[in-house]
Design a protein around this ligand. Structure first.
Ligand SMILES: *Cc1c(COP(=O)(O)O)cnc(C)c1O
Length: 392
C-alpha cells in the first residue's frame, strides 16, 4: 500500500479491541499475568504479550509499526523526545575512543551531546561539509564508527547529498544516521537512499499540532532494532508515554495532507520574500537559484515548510520585523499548524560562538520561518505589514 494509506491503517486492526475504530490508549504502566507460569514465559520471551510499559505498550507498538512502514524500515522505536532518539542511537553505535563524522550544521542539543561524549568518554567528532567524494573520504578516520547527518541543515537549509555519503560509507562499512526532522517521512526517506537509521524529533511535523515532545528512530535491520530495544532503550529508559504515542498516531493520519499544504504555503511565501527589497538573502530547498537545487529535487518530494531569510539592517531590523508581526508567532520549534518565526543568532544558535555562527551562514539578520497551515495570503499580509512598518 502507498504511504498515504499506511499513515492511517498500518499496524492496527479493530479485532481484539472491542471494534474500536480509533487506536485505544493503553495508559498503563504494567500488565497483569494470568498466573505465575505465564509471567515466567513472557520474561523468557516464549510468549508474546505485555510485561511492563518501558519494555513495550500496545499503543506505542502501533505507532512504531506505522513509522517503520512509512520510512521503509524493518523496525522503529518511540522515545520521550527527539534527543532521546539521538542519544540512544549514538550510544548504540559508539564505544570509548571512537569518532563520529557529522555534517557541519547539526541541531544544537545534538552538538551538546557530542561534547558530553567527547569530554566523558573520549568519543570525538568532526563537523564537515561532506559535499564531495574526496572530502568525505578524507574525513573518515580509522576509528570512525558512525556518520551522522542532517539535511536540510538548520537554519541555512543547505542540502547534503544522502546517496553520495551512503555510497562511500558502505565501502567502509560505517553506518549512516540521518536526522530527517525537517522533511518528515512524507518528503524524504533516507533508508531508501542507503542510510541505516533515520530519526525524527516527532515534536515537529510528525505530531504537527505543537502539543507533544517525542522522538522516533527507524532502522533498516530488524535484529539490530530489537537489540536496541532490549539494551540501550530499555536501560537508558527514554521511552514515550502511551498518551503521547496516541497523539502522534492521531497526528500521523494527516501528515501527507499537512505536508502538501505546508510546502504549497511555503512556496507562496518564498515568492513574496524572494522579491521583497528588504530581504538580503533567502534560503529554501526548492529555490531554483539554490546551487543544491538538483540534489534537493533528487531526494525530496517537495520543498517543505521552512524558509530562512536575512533582513537588510541586521539584528536590529530583524528583531523589529518580528515584533511587528501579529498573526505569526515568535517561537522556536517548527512544523506546527501555526506559522512560527525565530531569530537563530539570539535563540536556537545563541550558544554557537559568533565566528563559527557567521561562518555557518547564521548572520545577525537571519530569521527562520516555519510556514504553517493558515491561508497563505494571511501569512503574506502579516509579513507585508511588518516590512512596511520597518521603514528601511
Ligand atoms: C527539535 C529537533 C531535535 C530535538 O528534538 P526534541 O524533540 O526537541 O528533543 C533534533 N533535531 C532536529 C533537526 C530538531 O529540529
Amino acid at each position: 500500500m502507498e504511504k498515504e494509506t499506511l499513515l492511517i491503517h498500518q499496524g492496527y486492526t479493530t479485532e481484539n479491541h472491542h471494534d474500536s475504530l480509533a487506536v485505544p490508549l493503553y495508559q498503563t504502566s504494567t500488565f497483569a499475568f494470568e498466573n505465575a507460569e505465564q509471567g515466567a514465559r513472557r520474561f523468557a520471551g516464549e510468549e508474546a504479550g505485555g510485561i511492563y510499559s518501558r519494555l513495550g505498550n500496545p499503543t506505542v507498538n502501533v505507532l512504531e509499526q506505522r513509522m517503520a512502514a512509512i520510512e521503509n524500515g524493518e523496525g522503529a522505536l518511540a522515545f520521550g523526545s527527539g534527543m532521546a532518539a539521538v542519544s540512544t542511537i549514538l550510544v548504540h553505535l559508539t564505544k570509548a575512543g571512537d569518532h563520529i563524522l557529522c555534517t557541519r550544521g547539526i541541531y544544537g542539543c545534538t552538538f551538546g551531546l557530542l561534547n558530553i561524549m567527547k569530554e566523558k568518554y573520549n568519543i570525538t567528532h568532526s563537523l564537515e561539509k561532506l559535499t564531495t567524494e574526496e572530502e568525505i573520504e578524507a574525513s573518515i578516520k580509522p576509528n570512525t564508527s558512525c556518520i551522522y547527518i542532517e539535511t536540510p541543515i538548520n537554519p541555512t537549509m543547505e542540502i547534503v547529498d544522502i546517496a553520495l555519503i551512503t555510497n562511500i560509507a558502505r565501502k567502509h562499512n560505517i553506518p549512516v544516521v540521518v536526522d530527517n526532522t525537517f522533511c518528515s517521512p512524507y518528503i524524504q526517506n533516507p533508508l531508501d537512499i542507503g542510510a541505516d537509521f533515520v530519526l525524527h524529533s516527532a515534536t515537529k511535523y510528525i505530531n504537527g499540532h505543537g502539543d507533544v515532545i517525542a522522538g522516533l528512530l527507524v532502522g533498516k535491520n530488524k535484529e539490530e532494532m530489537d537489540k536496541i530495544r532490549s539494551t540501550v532503550q530499555k536501560d537508558f529508559g527514554g521511552i514515550i508515554s502511551p498518551f503521547d504515542a496516541w497523539l502522534l498516531i492521531r497526528g500521523l493520519k494527516t501528515l501527507h495532507v499537512r505536508m502538501d499544504r505546508h510546502s504549497k504555503n511555503a512556496e507562496e511565501v518564498f515568492s513574496f520574500l524572494a522579491s521583497h527589497p528588504s530581504v538580503e538573502s533567502i534560503y529554501y530547498p526548492f529555490d531554483e537559484k539554490n546551487p543544491q537545487y538538483e540534489v534537493a529535487k533528487k531526494q525530496m518530494k517537495s520543498g517543505g515548510g521552512l524558509i530562512s531569510f536575512a533582513v537588510k539592517g541586521g539584528k536590529e531590523k530583524a528583531q523589529q520585523l518580528m515584533d511587528a508581526l501579529s498573526l505569526i508567532k515568535i517561537a522556536v520549534s517548527l512544523g506546527d499548524a501555526e506559522t512560527l518565526i525565530q531569530h537563530p543568532a539570539t535563540m536556537t544558535h545563541s550558544v554557537v560562538p559568533e565566528k563559527e555562527r557567521v561562518a555557518m551562514g547564521i548572520t545577525d539578520g537571519l530569521l527562520r520561518l516555519s510556514v504553517g497551515l493558515e491561508n497563505s495570503e494571511d501569512i503574506i499580509e502579516d509579513l507585508k505589514q511588518a516590512f512596511d512598518n520597518l521603514k528601511l
